[in-house]
Design a protein around this ligand. Structure first.
Ligand code: MLC
Length: 518
């Protein structure tokens, strides 16, 4: 790989492809093999189709499609064409999609063939020029049309300041916000991780995460591509598939739920992991029990790292000796490690004043991967940055005297279930609209598999009867299914502070065993 100045992220990734383009780049769980040439040609053809449709650099392309190698090619094509890629979780129902499409104002939308009817209506109403379909077995109009295009394309030299992607994250006000990331943000983070995680010539990555979020799309895909490393690629996580692949792989990335599910497999043994070099975990706190159980069962120490959609990766436990921290190489369970090279991270008080080591405060960051703000929300963006340009992550933590960062909580009301952020305000808003409901409070309670799950506490209107099961059933179709609380309880009142605000910490304490009891 060269370090020449780049004007398009795809060009940098392409430069890292191995010289032998006919070697395997991706093997899927369906047994298909894609070469490096396939990735390059396929993404060129799609990019040429998008350009032929008159899509200009900077225009948004929304994709709500199932995971496939062609979906990955679509992402690469968007980069090549200078379009802004907006991947959306396939779990979003029409009500959520309507808001997101309206907010993103895409020029093009790609959806599954099954959803074309309602998605195309939303898309055209929001001003889209074209709506394509892409299915899991290479069916759909996107590939039909791209098949007629040239397989040669020069990535549009948009420059590193140009937007490459908008990643939507829910918010405390209940409305999703689009985090704007540039080609430069993505490349800088990928280069740092390549070096920090010591990507090697013979690395093979097991890729089982969805590709509509930072973890699966940027951390995992860019990691492999920027190192010219092949991927074993599963459309969805299945522990049996991972077990089969472990003897052929060297790197695995997952959220804690994937590790707990793998630990449930008797065939997870040190022998099976003999070739593995690195197990990386993130997106949600890794329980110390899981960290230790993994060490015992496999002989490997999970490397926990920390990041978010707005910043990509910020900290990591060391992969080898970190000379910036006296050569420490210990991966410490319960911590998220050191700030990555180039990332400035500080702990600050409520007035944004930096705090000394050991003191707990808000985590604030600056660095080359920090996003450009929220799409079409300048006020929200201004709120989340300090006057001197630090991004307030919303996480609360401390840095110990050895330099390790530990997260202890969040200043924003959010719960993390199986690696997905769920904002109680959004769920409460949906519950409060249901007939007979006076008020609700949603909290996260500990859960052995999901880390946390949602619990809804609902107060009925005077004289009304509310059935907990009906509340949960009524949320289907309104909210993505992973956001729906796993349990609902009807209560007479909620604890409040002197200002009348619901005391969620009191509720969390009172209901902490609710998941186990349900
Ligand atoms: C699925 N379900 C969940 C859930 N995922 N419930 C709570 N939390 C979740 N995360 C529910 C579904 O709604 C459904 O409910 C039932 O479980 C089965 O759905 P499924 O799709 O078959 O589930 P499964 O395939 O088992 O998915 C579990 C999972 C998935 C762990 C594989 O959640 C996953 O891929 N998580 C990773 C998310 C991720 O990549 N996050 C990165 C964000 S980036 P019902 O009732 O309909 O049956 C980020 C930044 C960073 O955070 O630092 O990385």
């Amino acid at each position: 790989m060269t370090d020449k100045p780049q004007t398009n992220l795809y060009a940098a990734l392409r430069d890292a492809f191995p010289a032998a383009l006919d070697g395997w780049a991706i093997e899927t769980d369906a047994g298909l093999i894609y070469t490096w040439r396939d990735l390059d040609r396929g993404s060129a053809m799609i990019a040429n189709e998008l350009a032929a449709r008159g899509l200009e650099p900077g225009a948004r392309l929304v994709a709500q499609v199932d995971k496939s190698v062609e979906a990955l090619m679509l992402y690469l094509a968007a980069l090549r064409a200078g379009l802004v890629y907006v991947p959306l979780n396939t779990a979003y129902p029409p009500a959520e999609m309507a808001y997101l499409i309206d907010n993103a104002q895409p020029a093009a939308v790609v959806c599954t063939p099954q959803h074309f009817g309602w998605v195309s209506k939303l898309a055209f109403r929001a001003g889209a020029q074209v709506v394509y379909t892409l299915g899991t077995d290479r069916q759909g109009t996107l590939l039909e049309r791209a098949a007629h295009r040239s397989d040669i394309q020069s990535p549009v030299p948009v420059g590193m300041q140009a937007l490459a992607s908008i990643i939507y994250t829910s918010g405390t006000t209940g409305r999703s916000k689009g985090a704007m990331l540039t080609h430069g943000n993505l490349l800088a983070n990928a280069q740092i991780l390549r070096q920090y995680w010591d990507w090697r010539a013979d690395d093979v990555l097991i890729h089982v995460l969805p590709i509509f979020h930072v973890h699966g799309l940027f951390v995992a895909v860019h990691g492999a591509l920027l190192n010219g490393s092949p991927m074993l690629w599963a459309a969805r996580f299945d522990p049996r598939t991972v077990l089969q692949w472990l003897p052929r792989a060297t790197v695995f990335m997952g959220v804690p739920t994937l590790y707990t599910r793998l630990l449930g497999e008797p065939e997870l043994t040190p022998e099976r992991c003999a070739r593995m070099r690195l197990f990386i975990c993130g997106s949600a706190p890794l329980l110390i029990d899981t960290f230790r159980a993994w060490q015992q069962r496999t002989g490997h120490t999970i490397l926990e790292r920390y990041g978010m959609s707005e910043t990509i990766m910020l900290t990591s436990n060391p992969c080898g000796p970190d000379v910036r921290y006296g050569g420490q190489d210990e991966r410490r369970g319960g911590t998220v490690g050191f700030p990555l090279p180039g990332v400035e991270l500080r702990i600050a008080d409520a007035a944004d004043r930096p705090l000394p080591a050991g003191e707990v405060g808000g985590v604030q960051v600056r660095g080359p991967s920090v996003f450009q703000g929220y799409w079409r929300m300048p006020d929200k963006t201004a709120e989340d940055f300090t006057a001197d340009g630090w991004f307030r992550t919303g996480d609360v933590g401390f840095i110990d005297t050895r330099g390790y960062v530990t997260l202890v909580g969040r200043s924003k009301d959010v719960l993390i279930s199986g690696g997905y952020n769920v904002y109680p305000a959004e769920v409460e808003g949906a519950i409060n609209e249901l007939p007979g409901v006076a008020e609700s409070a949603v909290i996260g309670v500990p859960h052995p598999e999901w880390g946390e799950v949602g619990l809804a506490l609902v107060i009925p209107q005077p004289g009304a009867t509310v059935q907990p099961d009906r509340v949960l059933a009524a949320l289907r179709g309104r909210l993505a299914s992973y956001k729906i609380p796993k349990r609902c309880v009807v209560v007479d009142e909620l604890p409040r502070n002197a200002m009348g605000k619901v005391q969620k910490n009191v509720l969390r304490e009172r209901w902490r065993d609710a998941a186990a009891a349900s």
